[in-house]
Design a protein around this ligand. Structure first.
Ligand code: SF4
Ligand code: SF4
Length: 179
């Protein structure tokens, strides 16, 4: 059965004298190679070079904080449930008295992991999140030979908390932080 119309019949005729010399075939191959030297390269030297991404590109995730620097995630698990690749795992914990400045909700993710080797960057986790806690950014996980490094832990995903100096600068106070 023929699946496409691109198949070619194999020529089984005996080689001619010039074909048996292989020189014309070699020259033809060299001409093709040399012709490509002067063409614009179709590839880039990743990771030193990268191509600009589309504005709608979805890359590495971040776990967001609120305007007071508290973790927004309430470990509801909706992102993990909606993940078609089953790439998200988490463990919930209850916020203790005195931790209100760390976690916005009464429950928070004590452990939150995304396996970037399973993730297909579909963005369903971002869509499912009722707390605006998870976002996909425009960066991609850096290459590595170690599979373990592609399991991003909560510390890798969580947006860094603002320092005192940054907070003061945001409030318009230019005084540098005292050591
Ligand atoms: S982007 Fe898609 S595949 Fe990746 S963690 Fe989110 S829901 Fe799962
Ligand atoms: S990131 Fe959002 S959806 Fe996922 S557990 Fe946290 S609050 Fe729920």
């Amino acid at each position: 059965m023929q699946l496409t119309n691109r198949s070619k019949a194999v020529n089984r005729d005996p080689m001619t004298f010039s074909e048996s010399l292989y020189i014309p075939g070699l020259l033809k191959g060299m001409a093709t190679t040399v012709g490509h030297i002067f063409k614009k390269k179709a590839t880039v030297s990743y990771p030193e070079e990268t191509r600009p991404f589309s504005p709608v590109f979805r890359g590495l995730h971040i776990l967001n904080r609120d305007e007071e620097g508290r973790e927004k995630c309430t470990a509801c698990g909706l992102c993990a449930l909606s993940c078609p690749a089953e790439a998200i795992t988490m463990e919930a914990a209850e916020r203790l008295p005195g931790e209100e400045h760390l976690y916005r909700e009464e429950k928070y993710a004590a452990k939150y992991e995304i396996n970037m080797l399973r993730c297909i960057f579909c963005g369903f986790c971002e869509e499912a999140c009722p707390k605006d806690a998870i976002y996909l950014t425009q960066s991609i996980p850096p290459p590595n030979y170690d599979r373990e490094t592609f399991i991003y832990k909560k510390d890798d995903l969580l947006l860094p908390a603002k320092t005192d100096a940054q907070e003061r600068a945001a409030e318009g106070d230019p005084t540098p932080l005292q050591p």
